[in-house]
Design a protein around this ligand. Structure first.
Ligand code: 3HC
Length: 307
């Protein structure tokens, strides 16, 4: 039985070239997945060549690791490397049939990026956003063809996490939605259709977990004790390790979005952003990641959280 709202897969557009907008860690991770699993050309762009090169280096490195582990033979690895192309020239999106963005998590930025891309792509190309908590309908509200936009939300680490949240807006056509489901299946992921509501499904839970963990530290429980206390819940990693994996800036942004959308249910931790300084401090810490990280987290959390 098809999930409610998932249209007939016969409506799906054939995807022969994927465009990825952004070459940050999330974008690079799914660009790699697209090339590995769909084996079609994948284009990545970013604001400048240095960012593009960083994304390409990540993809090439990961392909090298798969080759070293014997999961890809040499010929396939070389073919995959050849299928990924990075540039700052957006005109190369012209022949992409599925274009997904992972740019800064700000509605205006995403609207602007899609506005530019829509001038370049063909009328029936599908657009997807990897937004983690913004309204997909609002992101598409400036498009000439909002009916081609779907939410397509990956989880970190992309190679491992089995889920993609697919979001339909009131305008999304069955063809666009169907394409999203078929692409997700092609990537080897489980797709769940969610309402276009803040945090969709997963980030509602995770933002709660992260927010409450931060609050517990503010109230005086050390970070390592909070991590330990969460263990019986059976999560694969503690809340702070998870924040560190997702990135403190992203976690803070999700926290803000949820607090804004549901002020009665999430803490209005405007200062959660102070925590975004943490990864830099961790990188500088030569004395052992966990210890340095834990101490710094406590120092930052005390004044930052719970205002
Ligand atoms: N990138 C790529 N692959 C990775 C990876 C990474 N960052 N981290 C781990 N892996 C791979 C390893 O290579 C290994 O693959 P293999 O078995 O094929 O060799 C496999 O994952 C297992 O790795 P490990 O044995 O080293 O480690 P664990 O068994 O401890 O698993 C984990 C690591 C998968 C990260 C696990 O701890 C986990 O599932 N953590 C929770 C992650 C989570 O909840 N993510 C959701 C975040 S929310 C989000 O992204 C949404 C956003 O909008 C905020």
């Amino acid at each position: 039985k098809r999930p409610v709202g998932a249209p007939d897969k016969g409506l799906a557009r054939k995807v022969t070239k994927v465009g990825v907008i952004g070459a940050g860690l999330m974008a690079s991770q799914f660009a790699l997945l697209f090339v590995r699993k769909l084996q079609v050309p994948v284009l990545i762009t970013d604001l400048d060549q240095a960012r593009v090169d960083k994304g390409l280096a990540y993809i090439h490195d990961e392909i090298g690791k798969l080759e070293a582990k014997g999961r890809l033979d040499g010929d396939t690895a070389n073919r995959l490397r050849g299928l990924v192309h990075g540039t700052t020239d957006k005109s190369e999106y012209a022949d992409c049939d599925f274009v997904i963005e992972a740019v800064f998590e700000e509605v205006g930025v995403k609207q602007q990026v899609f506005g530019e891309i829509e001038q370049i792509i063909s009328e029936d190309a599908i657009l997807a956003t990897n937004t983690s908590s913004l309204s997909v309908e609002e992101i598409g509200s400036k498009l000439a063809h909002p009916e081609r936009l779907v939410g397509f939300h990956f989880f970190n680490p992309v190679a491992v996490m089995p889920l993609i949240e697919i979001v339909r807006t009131p305008h999304t056509t069955d063809a666009a939605l169907s394409t999203a489901f078929v692409v997700a299946r092609g990537l080897g992921k489980n797709a769940v259709l969610t309402a276009d509501a803040p945090g969709f499904v997963v980030n509602r839970l995770l933002a709660k977990v992260m927010g409450e963990a931060a609050r517990a530290v503010y109230e005086g429980t050390p970070v390592d004790k909070v991590e330990k206390a969460f263990a019986p819940l059976g999560l694969p990693m503690g809340p702070f390790q998870l924040i560190d994996l997702v990135g403190w800036k992203v976690a803070a942004h999700v926290q803000d979005t949820m607090a804004h959308a549901f002020p009665d249910r999430f803490y209005a931790n405007e200062n959660f952003h102070a925590l975004a300084e943490l990864p830099e401090i961790v990188e500088k810490d030569k004395g052992g990641r966990v210890t340095g990280w834990t101490k710094q987290a406590e120092k930052l959390l005390k004044p930052a959280v719970g205002k």
